[in-house]
Write a protein that binds this ligand. Sequence first.
Ligand code: PEP
Ligand code: MN
Length: 338
Amino acid sequence: MIIVMRPGSKQQEVNKVEQRLTELGFATHVIVGEEKTVIGAIGDKAALNSEGILNMPGVESMVPIKKPYKLVSRELKKNCSIITVGNIKIGGGNLVVMAGPCAVESEEQLMQAALAVKQAGATILRGGAFKPRTSPYAFQGMEEEGLKLLAKASQLTGMPIVTEAVDPRDVELVAQYADIIQIGARNMQNFRLLQEVGQTGKPVLLKRGMCATIEDWLMAAEYIMAGGSHDVILCERGIRTYETAVRNTLDLSAVPVVKELSHLPLIVDPSHATGYARYVAPLAKGAIAVGADGLMIEVHPDPSRALCDGPQSLTPEQFTALMRELRGLAEYIGVNLP
Ligand code: PEP
Ligand code: MN
């Protein structure tokens, strides 16, 4: 339910309505807009005494949220959310490029990658320390050692870090190092993990599950927001279809669809979507053209030696060339690519 306050309603009135909703067992989320303040009330509608709330001072109206996801929904918040990480803004016309290796492999590899992507213009460094591998025999990541190297790379370059948590038991540790906690495609519906990450209050990058509908994906985002982390960035990374020419099928139509349904920023990962370095640039440009708020791109100093996802990783030179093209595109579209 959305409780719409009258334009110019007093803070005290908003507080009283919020207090009453809390007493009735609702979780509340106040959104202060330019004209009006609205309160999202999430809970059992049957417990809501509509007349009582409508008669409270400052209340203009009550509107049900029709979608099953509430906090995530554009119905609740009309304006695009802008998420701030350090001094970087994501969403609402501010593009972000997160780049770096699939996995942290060694100090030398990570520092080289970090300096290269920073120089090319990426603003957030990616790198997995815990890797969700399809095979139990594949490299599983450097774990805490990898997180420490990410912290070092962040100090060296000034770039915030996005890194994945794959297990609820590791969330506390990952949260100590990560500026943005990544939930990978394979874990999009790991609800314990979503709840655990939500409780950190940290920004979260939520990748779309490979077999998830857009509604499943938005419901997963709702779990995180309901847990307390309101800064959720969605990431389309390709879905499973019958096509085998590429690793996954990039669903670019998800970009305008999600933008219509949700106020959250949405980025695209063309690396995991295609699985081949040569397709990354065309789809990166396509993603920006259809309105994505940014990109996540795998870059490795020497892709042929990568322990993970080498075939889809760009060399620093390829990434630099792509960034140059993206700048021209961003300018043409009228969005800000810092
Ligand atoms: C990753 O970003 O390294 C990753 C494992 O991605 P996904 O969860 O999209 O497969
Ligand atoms: Mn990868």
